[in-house]
Design a protein around this ligand. Structure first.
Ligand code: NCD
Length: 322
């Protein structure tokens, strides 16, 4: 694998390979010493032009557990805020010897530009670009579902027939987009649930079922319900009457939670707005996988960095003293 830019073009076999390697990584994470020597001498740059806590530290933990050197580059307070272009920043990183660049950017397509520009030779991982995609989030979500649905022993398997309801601000969500493509590739059925104002206008190319009523979606007894944050920072107009009205109609409150089948899991990529799209009762319930998703995120990102950086090395390179 040269780059990981999206899940829309990720083949089923590639996706399953990443999930399987993530299982191997997860198996090492239960040990007392979590660090593997695999990427010693390699440099991973976290290039974050947008705020992020969990995704950035997750990539940092993943790179460090593989013994890579990590450089964190937050665009705020850097020369980017003085007007330096993506090209100049990228070329600076190249000159410093970056082997992989993990990029989060407010503009959809920025990781693609970086990967195809010729400015750098490093592998590029998309850590969220605008409202476009967030592939490692979808992979960690699929990893979490696969483990739950198949009860742990899930190597080599897909998500055939698994029914997933994705609820909330689909319009602004790169998590929703990446999940729609990946889950469908893996054989799952996706239902999107949102007010019409929070859905893209043209969904004809999306392989999904659409519902406007959360209670109808819950009555179908999905295997997983994924709540999405209302992304107020990407909204420049009123998309719903009030927060109260939103949570009353599209929030997973305690009453709706109780109506879900006993083994339905409740997922959220974080950060959560408790009381808005998800009640505290749902977020903290035993069926919530929120923290499991965070843990799995490190294993999945270790797998992605490993496949990006270790795969291309020859045996000689790998065995040579560092
Ligand atoms: C998501 C993101 O940044 O796209 N969060 C994340 O990566 N953990 C979703 C969100 O911000 O709501």
């Amino acid at each position: 694998m040269r780059h990981l830019l999206d899940t829309q073009t990720l083949a089923r076999d590639e996706a399953i390979r990443i999930l399987d390697v993530a299982e191997d990584m997860a198996a090492t994470q239960g040990r007392e010493v979590k660090k593997l020597p695999t990427l010693r001498g390699r440099t991973v740059v976290n290039l974050f032009f947008e705020d992020s806590t969990r995704t950035r530290i997750s990539f940092e933990a993943a790179a460090k557990r593989l013994s890579a050197d990590v450089i964190n580059f937050a665009a705020k307070g850097s020369s980017v805020s003085k007007g330096e272009s993506l090209q100049d920043t990228a070329q600076t990183l190249q000159a410093m010897g970056a082997d992989a660049v993990v990029i989060r950017h407010g503009a959809s397509g920025a990781p693609h530009t970086l990967a195809t520009s010729g400015w750098i030779t490093a592998g590029v991982v998309n850590a969220g670009d605008g409202t476009h995609e967030h592939p490692t989030q979808a992979l960690l979500d699929a990893f979490t579902m696969r483990r739950r649905v198949h009860g742990g022993a899930s190597r080599g398997r897909d998500l055939e027939g698994v029914r997933v309801a994705i609820v909330g601000d689909i319009l602004h969500s790169r998590v929703a987009r990446s999940n729609v493509w990946l889950l469908t590739t893996l054989g799952a059925h996706v239902t999107l649930v949102a007010p019409p104002t929070l859905l893209p206008q043209d969904l004809s190319a999306w392989p999904v079922t659409v519902r406007y009523d959360l209670d109808e979606a819950i009555a179908e007894g999905p295997d997983a319900v994924m709540l999405l944050r209302i992304q107020l920072e990407r909204m420049n107009a009123a998309y719903f009457p009030s927060e109260r009205e939103y949570s009353r109609r599209w929030g997973l409150d305690p009453v709706r939670l109780a109506q879900l089948p006993a083994d339905t899991i409740v997922m959220h990529p974080g950060p959560m707005n408790r009381g808005m799209e998800i009640s505290a009762a749902a977020a903290d319930s035993p069926r919530s996988t929120v923290l499991e998703q965070v843990t799995n995120g490190v294993s999945v990102r270790m797998a992605v960095l490993y496949l990006l950086l270790a795969g291309e090395r020859t045996t000689e390179e790998r065995d040579a003293p560092q």
